[in-house]
Design a protein around this ligand. Sequence first.
Ligand code: HEC
Ligand code: HEC
Length: 477
Amino acid sequence: MRFLLLLALPGCAQTLPAGADEELRTAAAEVDRIEAATLAGLDSTTRDEYGRMVTLGKLLLYDKELSVNRNEACALCHMPETGYTGPSETLNRTTVSYPGSDRARFSQRKPQSYNYSTFSPVLHYNELQGDFVGGNFWDMRATGLHLQSPAAEQAQGPPTNPVEMGLPDIACVVYRISRRPYRPLFERTWGAQAFVIQWPADVEKVCSTPAPPPSPNPVRLSAADRGRAMTTYDQMALSIAAHEGSTEVSPFNSKYDFVQAGKAKFTVQEKSGYDLFRGKARCNECHRDGGPGEEPLFTDFTASNLGVPRNAAVAFYGESKPDPSGYAANPAGASYVDPGVGGFLQKSPELSGKINPNDLWGRYAQKFIGKFQVPTLRDVDQRPRPDFVKAYMHNGYFKSLKEVVHFYNTRDTLRRCTQGDPGEKTTCWPAPEDARNLNRKQLGNLGLTPQEEDAIVAFLKTLTDQYKPATSTGGDR
Ligand code: HEC
Ligand code: HEC
């Protein structure tokens, strides 16, 4: 409890909760192990073009050198054993967000899973539905406009995000890649020109200074070399997306998929959960299990405001004062309200990275304040042990699938209470983080019995990939 109080102090320097340091070190060691094993296996994995592309993406995703302090790979916040979200139970329980390469800086949201993220279409406004569809990130801000792949465009954010990998210039990412043992694989995949860049003498020094830089593009390059660095950065991003969409990360081989293929059977409880999911509980209206010509991705790539309560433990609230290098991630401090998709549409300056690229979209901003993208439910229950705690929703307010389903069921029928009430999450709910554009139609009073809630949870557990059907019965494990 003690660190929670610390976190609540406005402007207080952020410290890692007790235990998280150890868990992050364990995860970082696993990241290194995976990187080394991937490098060692290149002869067998890079025989065809597919293998070269997705293996290159994997080497980039598990490379700590692509962060300013050489301590943070993408994968640190997206590990396989938790369905490609955060691997630290302590952080999932507390700050929800993960520290960056500078361990005293945290971002504002829960790491989304990056499995199946490549299946999201380029963000577009569907006039007839009156809705935005596609993009990556909770607020859809990785639109995919530039590379025509939201997931690739997403991968261009973290390396230079001050609260994530923290390099001061995309040229630094390219420079660091050029020093890595997988450089030949990169050149074989994308061409010998990739790293033909005249680096300035001070490149090492500039690239060891954390973002944000005093002025944009601190690595001094000729205009042509700057252009080449940008192209190589695009190619890095496309390789990363290729790995995310590969059969290793997005394999469509959960028990659910086996059942659909007639190669396994749901238990009675799972079947009842699936029927409720598609019927009385209305989950399928947003977490779609597919249709003609549509993969069962368990999202429709739109956004909604479910009225999830504020999570006061999110570390971001405490980042109002400049840190030792003069950077304040969240000048608004505890009064910050996450604007979701609306923030991106109104070109909200507090969001790092991308701003809305389409002048026509600003007019929809007010209608999308407080809305977050519908995430896939695939691998939502994947965890290293049954009692390992994961956080759910953009702010990680929920700590179990049971809590999530209970919320959908009873948001509007239980009494309103303040955070910390003994009945919170069972007999009462705090107010929404932001009540604007609240979805009042599809959730809040589903009339599910406790047994029905449990059945839906049982169904959600069938969405975990790498299911191994029992060979003799063709049925349950
Ligand atoms: C410090 C932790 C952290 C690191 C490092 C990190 N991420 Fe993430 N990732 C997050 C968070 C938090 C989100 C959600 C952010 C948001 O919506 O604003 C996210 C979202 C994503 C998504 C969006 C998924 C979707 O369905 O929309 C993808 C893809 C992703 N990350 C891939 C990457 C890649 C690739 C890298 C490295 C280049 C990376 N991440 C590095 C924390 C991290
Ligand atoms: C109106 C559309 C809609 C409906 C209906 C809906 N969801 Fe969601 N779901 C969302 C959105 C949007 C989010 C993310 C909201 C946020 O983070 O604030 C979400 C998030 C989740 C998450 C968290 C996933 C994660 O990675 O953090 C789970 C689990 C979930 N939903 C399960 C369900 C179940 C089970 C049902 C049916 C009882 C259901 N949803 C009905 C839109 C919907």
